[in-house]
Design a protein around this ligand. Structure first.
Ligand code: TRP
Length: 409
């Protein structure tokens, strides 16, 4: 099997951008804003920050350590440092990749659709009705297929020519757009009401069990933890980096973009008086982003056309770099475990995941159920499993984490 030498990232920057690309995605811009809206403002964001720092960073370091140390994809890496008894945990990672990417691709497909509408100047004022039309059925499936094709294409290109190169172009683009829109939004009348809503800390909510679980699940999801995505990327790293700084850098960038996203979303919504579409409405998972914001863009006329296009392009870019990492987990497992060639693994397994996404494209309820299952069960379970593995099973995990020049021992 592993005859050819393992492909490695060309540079530290390339790796960090790819890992940030994995972390920053729909989770930052879509999930966090709706959860924040739903769970009562920045108290939720604060709780999420606590989970990011206290649980996210250590689990991220665990993934980096196991992946780089083993130079193998998750199932093989766990067997390498532990024993065959740990393989089911790796299999759970691959399963999580299947489920998450299947519905993630559908949401990304909606984003593609909205971007197209924004370019054409046709974002509807009645975004609720529009969302109803495009979110389920064959249309939703078709856009999902297009998005998945792009993901499969990049992953087929390999670590350097596919994943690394895509991240190097796309991540700076995303940063520029997000900062640009946040600055623009701050100039709108009424923006301050948005900030007040976003940053209003309601501690009563923070003690709620549901809210705590949602914040923990969100931290794992947003950081791409709990299913071996960061582990797989780290398996393409040489031992010339020390890892703790990388973990901080990736988590910091992820939190930064998520926090900044609130500074584009809420001022826009409040400036146009559309908070009713977000607060206290049963628009479930999607209210903040796919209904309120498009209505805001539609009402803004020409400016909305530009800002709306930029916004959805940023979402697509974020989604694509994340989807790449999800598919890479599955593809790397097939390459290491079954000896498949990369392009074959990408096309066959990416195709299966695309088909599974048909379920999520069929009904938003199913998509929601897949999201809940993946986050509250797979990711939290997978992340804790890996923490136990690093703490009790793997020998000298700390030595491995600190190996490399610039070590901060
Ligand atoms: N972190 C990404 C986001 O915020 C989604 C994602 C990519 C992911 N890879 C992952 C989530 C692995 C969990 C596990 O959109």
């Amino acid at each position: 099997m592993a005859t050819a030498p393992r492909e490695h990232f060309t540079s530290r920057t390339g790796f960090v951008l790819a890992a940030i690309g994995s972390a920053v995605g729909l989770g930052n811009m879509w999930r966090l804003s709706y959860l924040t809206a739903e769970k009562g403002g920045a108290a939720f964001a604060l709780l999420y920050l606590v989970f990011t720092a206290a649980v996210g960073v250590p689990v991220m370091l665990a993934e980096l350590t196991v992946g780089r140390g083993a130079q193998r994809s998750p199932i093989a890496a766990l067997a390498h440092f532990g024993s065959a008894a740990w393989k089911p945990l790796g299999a759970l990672f691959v399963l999580a990749g299947f489920v998450i990417l299947a519905y993630y691709g559908v949401i990304a497909g909606w984003t593609l659709r909205y971007a197209g509408a924004a370019v054409a100047g046709g974002l509807p004022e009645d975004a609720g009705a529009y969302f109803g039309e495009v979110s389920e059925g064959w249309d939703a499936f078709a856009f999902h297929v297009v998005f998945m094709a792009a993901t499969i294409f990049v992953v087929s290109g390999g670590v350097r020519r596919g994943i690394e190169r895509a991240a190097e172009v796309m991540m700076p683009t995303l940063f520029v757009i997000v900062i640009g829109i946040a600055v623009y939004a701050s100039t709108l009348d009424g923006a301050s009401a948005g900030y007040r809503y976003y940053l209003n800390v309601d501690f009563a909510n923070v003690l709620d069990w549901d809210v705590i679980v949602a914040a923990a699940g969100q931290a794992f999801f947003s950081l791409s933890l709990g299913m071996g995505a960061i582990l797989t990327f780290a398996s393409y790293l040489g031992r010339d980096h020390d890892l703790p700084n990388e973990a901080l850098l990736i988590a910091g960038a992820d939190f930064g973009v998520a926090f900044l996203a609130g500074f584009m979303v809420f001022p826009l919504i409040f400036a146009l008086g559309l908070q009713g579409a977000v607060i206290g409405q049963d628009t479930g998972t999607v209210g903040a982003l796919f209904i309120a914001l498009p209505s805001a863009f539609a009402e803004m006329g020409t400016a909305g056309r530009f800002v709306g296009t930029a916004f959805f392009v940023a979402l697509i870019v974020g989604a694509l770099t994340s989807a790449i990492s999800l598919l890479e987990v599955v593809v790397a497992a097939a390459m290491d475990g079954l000896g498949w060639e990369r392009p074959r693994a990408a096309v066959v397994l990416g195709g299966l995941i695309t088909a599974l996404g048909g379920l999520a494209a069929w009904r938003v309820d199913v998509l929601d159920a897949m999201d809940t299952l993946a986050n509250n069960v797979f990711l939290i379970g997978g992340g804790l499993g890996l923490a136990v593995f690093c703490g009790w099973v793997m020998r000298d995990a700390s030595g491995e984490a600190h190996a490399g020049s610039g070590a901060v021992r």
